[in-house]
Ligand binder design. Sequence first.
Ligand SMILES: *Cc1c(COP(=O)(O)O)cnc(C)c1O
Length: 494
Amino acid sequence: MEINYFSTRDRSKSLSASRAIVQGLSEDGGLFVPDQFPKLDVSLDKLATMNYREVAYEVMKLFLTDFTEEELKYCIDHAYDSKFDTEEIAPMAQVGDTYYLELFHGKTIAFKDMALSILPYLMTTAAKKNNINEKIVILTATSGDTGKAALAGFADVEGTGIVVFYPKGGVSRVQERQMVTQKGKNVKVVGITGNFDDAQTGVKKIFADKEFEAELLKDGYRFSSANSINIGRLIPQVAYYVFAYSRLVKEGKISAGDPINFTVPTGNFGNILAGFYANKIGIPVNKLICASNENKVLFDFFENGCYDRNREFILTSSPSMDILISSNLERLIYEIAGDDKTCAEMMKLLSENGKYEITPEMKEKCSIFVGGYATEEMVFERIHEVYSDTGYVMDTHTGVASAVYKDYVKETNDKTPTVIVSTASPFKFTRSVMEALEGKKEEADDFELIDRLSSMTGITVPAAVEEIRNAEILHDTVCEKEQMKEEVRKFLAK
Ligand SMILES: *Cc1c(COP(=O)(O)O)cnc(C)c1O
């Protein structure tokens, strides 16, 4: 079955998967979605006998139908290799009667590695397939984790360049150090005086700037995106939902066909949307529990059908989820609206008034989702509680999911086996984690806290953290959000 992609705002033109990957975002500002959902063509029992790379191939071949088997396997084998610190790639820890799917064993110790270690391979393969000779310039806005994962993925990849914008002061110290110490002759990191939404809006503006595009094309450059709006990121993420399910079957925790829940710490709605896609292709899912921090736009949306970004932006201890415009939600809106016009209208309302409301019929169609949110206090308490009860340490993002799940069970008494999607290593957000564990504000330096967490828990400090301890700062540009385009121009003029 051939799958093509069209825009959530205009389904009249469709593109092949490889074209959609190179392009990133549709010209009308919409996101690419598959024209139909394929179904897994291997049994759930068979998947249980496969390793991560094999499962990833089974999933990705369904969606990226214009890639050959050889091309896809080349991409998968180069992405999911010894860059990960465990053979399993995405191991699952059982903690009490809950499962934590650890997606933080890649180069930058957060879940973005799952997609960003393969995107450069998909992108360069896709460009070759389409006879694109321009240099591909990746523009990315980051709330902290995407930036480093994209930099690590694209650094020194032939035929590409990458510019990352992050909110100065809006990311953790480790996140910032990871980015500003990035080596590579094709990379640029810029802090902006604004929050993540400003950075994301600025990048979208550059993408929509036709004049700038023409100017750059003349110079041999073509923009693309490594943000989670690119299907080259979304599709690889479907794989770990399938993989998680297959591990529970393999270990005899469930039988093939039993539904499970996933609880997902959510920001831009990319991760959890991949869970929704996994369900569409045949993974039995009872509920997708969408966990927000105090920036709870998504919780409110699932409660009352109204998406409203007009509210105070709160800086929390889970910065990668400090987001008020969840870009990937547009793909769900398209799905439940069932047509492009409605979706386009709602997105217009969002950009003009900052809000829109879905119909009761649409709301009904997303009943697989349950929204929840956790306050800072709940997150800290939960991290502390799970550690004292079981010895398992989680980061603050995973803490949001774990706290929301605890609430959910209390309210519903749902006994369905549940996987909590764990998105970062506790060593990436050590200050908050240590404050949760020790129950007090920490004065010590981040790296001192990292050492203390390591000796307290007996977990070795990940290589990703050791690497930046004494690394040289290579990027110190900070600009106003209005200056982002100028920074890109300067970088490309070099
Ligand atoms: C990006 C990120 C999230 C949120 O994922 P979305 O796909 O944006 O919903 C959660 N936790 C961590 C650690 C992240 O880096």
